[in-house]
Design a protein around this ligand. Structure first.
Ligand code: MRU
Length: 355
């Protein structure tokens, strides 16, 4: 039972195009951008109109269909060659979230394996993108409910700290880390969420708090540097975060600041969980050292509300993600159950994760 009256769906197939919630305008404006062309989808992913690993995957799947629709040939080989170029354009948008590459591979594989005319291939690609979208929603419901198993058995209701936005906005809907929060709230187990603001792009302050307010989930915003103090005061029962890419050994890339949060949680004996679909596990990487980390425009750190914070002559470094070592992670909550990070490499999971 996961239906909710205020459900948010960031990526919707509608009237032969894709409607994206413009996440760069939240929480002040709740508006949609209509995407008709693959190049516009690539731009929307790059500029973070749509963001969050699973949502990027869903958006890229539709981007593949939009690109396929633009290819003007009836020749199968010519079509597949052009589709490879569409895939390349979408792959070049953001490097860290593996769901992007996973969804593009699944779409390409579908095209190669589908028999029939080019028109048949295009229809099958649309159907596959819609399936990826629908599956991700079900996956999030399962992750949320599987997360109930890790909630500490306390007489009082729980306070969960999360970082960035791993909510409905970051997925097909419901969310991964925020999916666990939603399920806990539904079961009457949640007192409140503490949301890290998540410098520099403020996904926690702008998006996570917005989602919580939509559903009446009690939420407290803190700056990233306040987490240790809150834990020392005993305000936090557990931490749950999402993931952009998990290596086979359980090392997890997520929004910058996640690693320091995990260290702080360890120092205070607060359990630290990752919630993610199996499509976020990259079994081709043996450790987190191999995960590519996106660096974004330094303006994100030196400009706030249009004003420049720094004097001339300063240099900047703006990595968008960091890697939390597996040993700091109590468990990984997936749609197939809850696993110790070291258990991920088992072959049954591999079968699910690789398209
Ligand atoms: O740069 P973003 O906003 O795309 O980063 C998002 C995150 O780091 C999320 O925590 C992650 O993608 C998991 S979303 C379910």
């Amino acid at each position: 039972m996961n239906s909710s009256t205020n459900q948010v769906y960031p990526v919707i197939w509608h009237n032969d195009s894709v409607s994206l919630i413009d996440q760069t305008r939240l929480p002040n404006e709740y508006t949609f951008v209509e995407i008709h062309r693959c190049s516009d989808m690539a731009e929307a992913i790059k500029t973070m109109i749509v963001r969050g690993a699973p949502a990027i995957g869903v958006a890229a799947a539709y981007g593949m269909y939009l690109g396929a629709r633009e290819i003007e040939t009836n020749n199968r080989n010519e079509f597949l060659n052009s589709l490879e170029k569409v895939a390349q354009l979408l792959r070049s948008t953001r490097p860290t979230a593996v769901n992007l590459f996973w969804a593009i591979s699944r779409m390409l594989k579908t095209a190669y394996e589908t028999l029939g005319t080019v028109e048949d291939l295009k229809q099958t690609l649309l159907y596959t993108a819609q399936t990826i979208n629908a599956e991700d929603l079900q996956t999030c419901y399962a992750i949320g409910d599987n997360g109930l198993a890790v909630l500490p058995k306390t007489p009082e209701k729980l306070t969960i700290l999360t970082h960035c936005n791993a909510g409905a906005l970051a997925t097909a809907g419901y969310g991964t880390a925020l999916g666990v929060v939603r399920s806990a709230f539904r079961e009457g187990r949640l007192a409140r969420v503490f949301a890290d603001e998540t410098r520099p792009r403020l996904q926690g302050a702008k998006l996570t708090t917005w989602e919580c307010v939509q559903e009446g989930i009690p939420v407290t915003l803190i700056t990233d540097s306040m987490a240790a103090h809150c834990m020392k005061q005993g305000l936090i029962h557990l931490v749950v975060v999402g993931a952009d890419r998990i290596a086979a050994n359980g090392d997890t890339a997520n929004k910058i600041g996640t690693y320091s949060l995990a260290l702080v949680a360890k120092a205070h004996n607060v359990p630290f969980y990752v919630a993610a679909p199996l499509s976020t596990v990259d079994f081709s990487l043996s450790s987190g050292n191999e995960i590519p980390i996106e660096e974004r425009n330094p303006e994100e750190i030196y400009k706030v509300g249009g004003s420049t914070l720094t004097p001339d002559g300063v240099e900047f470094y703006n990595p968008a993600f960091d890697v939390t070592p597996a040993e700091l992670i109590a468990a990984i909550i997936t749609e197939n159950g809850v696993f110790a990070p070291g258990e991920l490499a088992n072959s049954r999971l591999k079968q699910v994760a690789i398209p």
